[in-house]
Design a protein. Structure first.
Length: 314
């Protein structure tokens, strides 16, 4: 009888352990799928330009920036994220660069993000990056992501994430992230070593929305010229970076300034459409306005006074 009871409990133990192992494997499979989804959401280009002007009361007092996420495959097959932030006036010169690694912890839930800051002095070839051993992680500042009903929610606790300021005091950082297909939100609070928000650094919200940088090929027809006169069309250039967050950008005629500006704005829930407007400098009333659908990879307009081809910039 004792032998039977021993065998019975042994079978129950083995069955329970096997069941737990299967459940753990299934949980890791689900989180692996979620990790790829999270990487896909972060590997995009975002900006706070549109929220700054459309919702100034609910966003922090940040300068207009562009955040670009790019996936990099290591020699091991693992994919990490290169994250760059730059001012919208100079998107090719990032002021902050980080490598983000995402792991599935075996003893806790969610997805763990580990951050590796990249000083401007560090250069590397993305194609030949074998591992992250040459980079120093940001200790204690991991972000734990959870899948939610509307995208992902991430959090960074202030107890372990801190730095020491010039006076030798610990400055702690508490962060909350939200990301989905429509926006990326960061709420960040700076705390003193007693855990109280510092007076000069109250919590602020950085709200970013997907942005497309655009390339323009365009020509302008001067007043009084014939539309069929090919020699009358004058090529124009952009004075600043063009994007779809609704900024008016000056048009130039070679070395000369022109009296015109162009504005491009995304159309909500219609990613293939762009609202494109031509203005005279200093005037709010449009000269022309077009709602154009993307065809063959471009937005095209062929009528006077401005004909153009717009393409998304890589």
């Amino acid at each position: 009888m004792k032998q039977f009871i021993f065998l019975l409990f042994g079978f129950i133990f083995l069955f329970s352990a096997s069941h737990q192992a299967i459940a753990q494997d299934e949980n890791e499979d689900i989180r692996s799928i979620q990790k790829e989804e999270l990487l896909g959401l972060l590997a995009k280009r975002y900006s706070n330009f549109h929220p700054l002007f459309e919702s100034p009361d609910i966003v922090g007092n940040f300068p207009p920036i562009v955040q670009t996420g790019k996936l990099i495959s290591l020699a091991t097959g693992e994919r990490v994220l290169l994250l760059e932030q730059s001012f919208i006036t100079n998107v090719t010169d990032p002021f902050r660069r980080q490598l983000l690694r995402f792991m599935i912890p075996s003893r806790s839930e969610g997805i763990l993000q580990i951050t590796y800051p990249l000083p401007s002095s560090i250069e590397f070839e993305e194609e030949s990056l074998s591992d992250l051993s040459a980079f120093e992680r940001l200790p204690g500042c991991e972000v734990r992501w959870q899948k939610g009903a509307d995208g992902f929610v991430g959090s960074r606790t202030a107890e372990r994430c801190y730095f020491v300021d010039e006076s030798g005091q610990q400055v702690h950082l508490r962060s909350q992230f939200q990301v989905n297909s429509e926006q990326l939100v960061l709420d960040e609070t700076v705390l003193n070593q007693e855990g109280e928000p510092t007076a000069e650094d109250e919590a602020q919200t950085l709200l970013l929305e997907p942005i497309r940088l655009l390339q323009l090929e365009a020509a302008l027809l001067p007043a009084g010229a014939e539309i069929d006169d090919a020699d009358a069309w004058m090529p124009v250039q952009l004075e600043n970076q063009l994007h779809d967050h609704g900024q008016r950008v000056n048009l130039r005629l070679g070395e000369l300034a022109s009296p015109y500006q162009i504005r491009v704005t995304f159309v909500p829930e219609q990613p293939n459409m762009l609202d494109i407007t031509l203005f005279s400098v200093g005037y709010s009333q449009p000269i022309e306005q077009w709602l154009i659908e993307k065809e063959n990879g471009a937005w095209t307009q062929t009528e006077a006074p401005l004909r153009f081809v717009l393409r998304e910039q890589d």
